[in-house]
Design a protein around this ligand. Structure first.
Ligand code: CP
Ligand code: NVA
Length: 313
């Protein structure tokens, strides 16, 4: 059983293969030539947290490929509350062909995958956000033609988005830099893993405190919210620590003139990113959001059809 839970579970070749497939599926959709690759397949979308992009992009990904999706809100299922995760996984497996879940505790997605007899996709946990990272890699790939040797600088909280982004871009040979305040580091185990992935793929991982040092010479400047879902009670404390990490015109000037700005969204304008940068010529925020759909089409096709349908076997 193949699931999509963590970028680290996939080889560089597999990640590259998914990007190639995503690029092809995107082009087909743009030409109005999408194929009914997922006809008869239904995706269950289980949410413990709010969502715009994940919900709509997965739904539209399924529709584009002639499949269907159903949304199960936080109140409906009560994952682990109304019913055990093991039972939910086995029940859903009898109805649908694939499950996507957005959870608080990463253990819950692992538990779902353990008991499910259909593929499970991680639509964000407190630990990581691998679907986002695939869309991010696709966006960088489209911009520069390759990630090899590109400087991808993440500035802000060492959170779920940072962890997955690091793994995806280093798998593809980029140099990942992160600047975050003390006390907001990525988990130590992931930092070690990121460094190992980078070594294997001629990239690098650099840990910094100064946002300026990360921005210097960057090809990509990436940021995310200072306070993730589930951390709301820390918001005030975080708002006092993170302002030096704002992506604004002064910081962006330090990057290469060809640099692009990325944000997984939702954005807190005036906090981690200014309006001028989010809406400026270097922003790729909205193409990046659109790419969620294309990247996820590739993930869905790969899981449901057992690989790239156009590969000669
Ligand atoms: N980037 C992202 O996952 O957005 P949503 O929370 O709206 O799904
Ligand atoms: N780090 C953010 C990402 C939202 C898509 C969160 O977990 O809330």
């Amino acid at each position: 059983m193949k699931h999509f839970l963590d970028i680290a579970d996939f080889t560089s070749e597999e990640i590259q293969g998914l990007l190639t497939l995503a690029t092809r599926l995107k082009a087909e959709q743009k030409r109005g030539e999408s194929r009914p690759l997922l006809k008869g397949k239904v995706l269950a979308m289980v949410f413990q947290k709010p969502s715009l992009r994940t919900r709509v992009s997965f739904d539209m990904a399924m529709r584009d490929l002639a499949g269907d999706a159903l949304y199960l809100s936080p109140n409906e299922i009560g994952l682990g509350k109304r019913e055990s995760i093991a039972d939910i996984a086995r029940v859903l497996s009898g109805y649908v062909q694939v499950v996507m879940a957005r959870v608080f505790d990463h253990q819950h997605i692992l538990e779902l995958a353990k008991w499910s007899s259909v593929p499970v996709i991680n639509g964000l946990s407190d630990y990581n956000h691998p679907c986002q990272a695939m869309a991010d890699a696709l966006t960088i790939y489209e911009e520069f033609g390759s990630l090899k040797g590109r400087n991808v600088s993440y500035i802000g909280d060492g959170n779920n988005v940072a962890v997955s982004l690091m793994k995806a871009v280093t798998k593809l040979g980029a140099n990942f830099r992160i600047a975050n305040p003390k006390g907001y580091d990525m988990p130590q185990g992931d930092i070690e893993l990121g460094k190992e992935i980078a070594r294997e793929n001629a990239g690098s991982v650099t840990l910094l405190r100064e946002p300026q040092a990360a921005a210097e010479g960057a090809d990509v400047i990436y940021t995310d919210t200072w306070t993730s879902m589930g951390q709301e009670e820390e918001a005030k404390k975080r708002e006092a620590v993170f302002p030096p990490y704002q992506i604004n015109d002064d910081l962006l000037k330090l990057a290469k003139p060809t640099a692009i700005v990325m944000h997984c969204l939702p954005a807190h304008r005036g906090q981690e990113i200014t309006d001028a940068v989010a809406d400026g010529p270097q922003s790729r925020l909205f193409p990046q959001a659109e790419n969620r759909m294309h990247a996820q089409k590739a993930i869905l096709v790969d899981l449901l059809l057992g690989g790239d349908p156009d590969d000669v076997k």
